[in-house]
Design a protein around this ligand. Structure first.
Ligand SMILES: NC(=O)c1ccc[n+]([C@@H]2O[C@H](COP(=O)([O-])OP(=O)(O)OC[C@H]3O[C@@H](n4cnc5c(N)ncnc54)[C@H](OP(=O)(O)O)[C@@H]3O)[C@@H](O)[C@H]2O)c1
Length: 271
């Protein structure tokens, strides 16, 4: 399927690694110029170099914090001066706080609760607010929020991740309605378990603790979680949907919350 998005521009948050990097790569493969946003500049620049070696489009690195409105404003002001990015067609909010601890989030500190919501939910709103003046109003404007299955069903220990994702899905619908008059579509992608670098390390840890091979551990985990397809997602399976939603092929899709979870939320069993 020809997506016809060559020459458009995108900003992807949380783009230094994991799903965000893959989203940036997937858009670049379609000829989109991509601004990569995350806090750690060195890591961002290393990611941009790696992507530039593979794709003949423009990459910009924006070292910024989505919890800080001024930091976002500065990043966007820098971007607005770059030739390929004066108008922004595609805004992907993917940054999130990884769930690195298995303990009950009910007993987390307020500051830890706030961080999850500040990055995922309020980060998306800050970004949309700041980027809107730069966004294309010709029907090519796209806002795509990466949420997560914890926002649809209970998946322990993701109490705060679930609340932040559910709130972002609600906000996605709201923004879809509000921005329709500016011909901007707003959608959410809802991944399940995705084979990121961090998730691979997490799996190695569980496998080592259980004295089983990672493949065997993963198969048992997928069964335990009730993932109908019996496997986790490749990052490209999320990135491909971003590219499709970013294209004119998806021009009539707005306010949607689309799972990429192998059936996880069809049959959520919790853990
Ligand atoms: N992996 C999964 O299985 C899975 C499943 C469902 C949903 N998701 C969602 O998919 C998204 C990506 O997940 P991932 O596993 O690829 O994430 P990851 O590997 O933890 O990467 C997170 C990215 O976000 C950036 N980031 C974190 N806090 C930030 C902040 N305050 N401001 C700007 N950037 C920030 C990080 O860079 P810096 O630290 O340098 O800022 C990094 O680039 C997340 O929203 C996550 O909730 C993931």
């Amino acid at each position: 399927m020809e997506l016809n998005i060559r020459g458009r521009s995108a900003l992807v948050t949380g783009a230094s690694q994991g799903i965000g990097k893959e989203i940036a790569s997937g858009l670049a493969r379609e000829g989109v110029n991509v601004a990569l946003l995350a806090r750690n500049r060195e890591k961002l620049e290393a990611t941009a170099r790696a992507l530039q070696a593979e794709h003949d489009v423009s990459f910009e690195c924006l070292a910024a914090d989505v919890t800080d409105a001024e930091s976002i404003q500065r990043a966007l002001a820098t971007l607005a001066n770059k030739q390929a990015f004066g108008t922004l067609n595609i805004l992907v909010h993917n940054a999130g706080v990884p769930a690195t601890r298995p303990d009950s989030q009910l007993f987390w500190q307020d500051s830890e609760w706030r961080e999850v919501i500040e990055v995922k939910t309020l980060g998306a709103l800050r970004l949309a607010r700041a980027a809107l003046p730069m966004m294309a109003k010709d029907g090519s404007g796209r806002i795509i929020n990466i949420t997560g299955a914890t926002g649809v069903a209970v998946l322990k220990p993701g109490l705060l991740h679930g609340a932040a994702n559910a709130a972002l899905m609600q906000a996605t619908g709201y923004l879809a309605s509000e921005l329709a008059s500016q011909r901007i579509t707003v959608n959410a992608i809802v991944p399940g378990l995705v084979a990121t670098e961090n998730r691979r390390k997490w799996l190695q840890g569980i496998a080592a603790n259980g004295g089983r091979a990672p493949e065997e551990t993963l198969a048992a985990l997928c069964k335990d979680l009730g993932i109908a397809l019996g496997r986790w997602a490749q990052m490209s399976e999320v990135a491909d949907l971003v590219a499709f939603l970013a294209s004119d092929r998806a021009s009539y899709i707005t306010g949607a919350k689309i799972p990429v979870d192998g059936g996880l939320t069809l049959n959520m069993r919790g853990r």
